[in-house]
Write a new protein. Sequence first.
Length: 366
Amino acid sequence: MNPHIENVVMQFDLPDGAWTAEPYGNGHINETYLVTTGEKRFILQRVNGYVFPKPEDVMDNIERVTAFLKGQIEREGGDPARETLTLVKTHRGECFTYDREGGLWRMYLFVEDTVSYDLPDTPALFELSGEAFGKFQRQMGGFPADSLHETIHDFHNTPARYRQLEDAIARNEVGRLGSVTAEIEFCRQYEREQEKHAGTMLDMLNRGELPLRVTHNDTKLNNVLLDRQTGRGVCVIDLDTVMPGLAAYDFGDSIRFGASTAAEDEPDLSRVQFSLPMFEAFTRGFLKEAGQTLGAREIELLPMGAKLMTLECGMRFLADYLNGDKYFRVHREGHNLDRARTQFKLVRCMEESWAQMADIVRHCAQ
């Protein structure tokens, strides 16, 4: 047993008896272990202090959000120990502790008899994901979103991401500018049409026309645990990026990820298309749960959320490519450029399907 890990585990209030700790999962952000003691299992994590410079704020958000969710789940007759994350307290009654190097650690109760999937290979599976994230929106509808910490500044601020791209263009640190003129012009086209695109929802939020919501901000399928027997959604996990935001952000990030016909880094753009059946499946599940919580304008803007999140992600990939691949991990030459190009192709495909997307949202909202 690693004595460093042993010292951390011993600070948590676990059942008496022997225990083991083994590395767990394939996440790239936090250091994660599966702790087993008797008949119970737990997830131990070290919060990445580089990604989250104020990990105490992350934990404050998670503690308050999960406590609120448990109350909602109890009122609905559900199982709060299974349907949201449960933080394990330390012997001092706190929801996290520190190691000798100052790293912040937390522990969750392991949610048993569940599975997760990396990719939504069928519309039915993607619809279940939509239900889970829609339920999260519905259950958090009464929470004061503005009381949450912004743990990553400007995380989903498309105009700010555009400014970061322009900074990368101006610096041209590694001399790659000449190879991406078409991609830069694609982004600048959207900036010139900001009233229709990048600034619209933030402007509406600032004018009080859209409500600030509690948003998950990492709405990938693998952040939903599904019941091993029934296949139904059980629990939304990975709450580190829970922050104030717009409902269309969470919706849009799921669509960007799950409604593409190709991998995020597919070099052959002919394989990148926008799947309307997958879009419809997720929309149906999302609005089945959140439709009565969201306002009419929020629902109308869901397709715009999909386009903006895809555009924003493409700009982040392109900026990182120009900066020398410092943020996103790359495995080949031009990897980030391939990623950017798939996102921009997906944006164009969405625009070609815009009328159908709007019709699907209207139909699912009825």
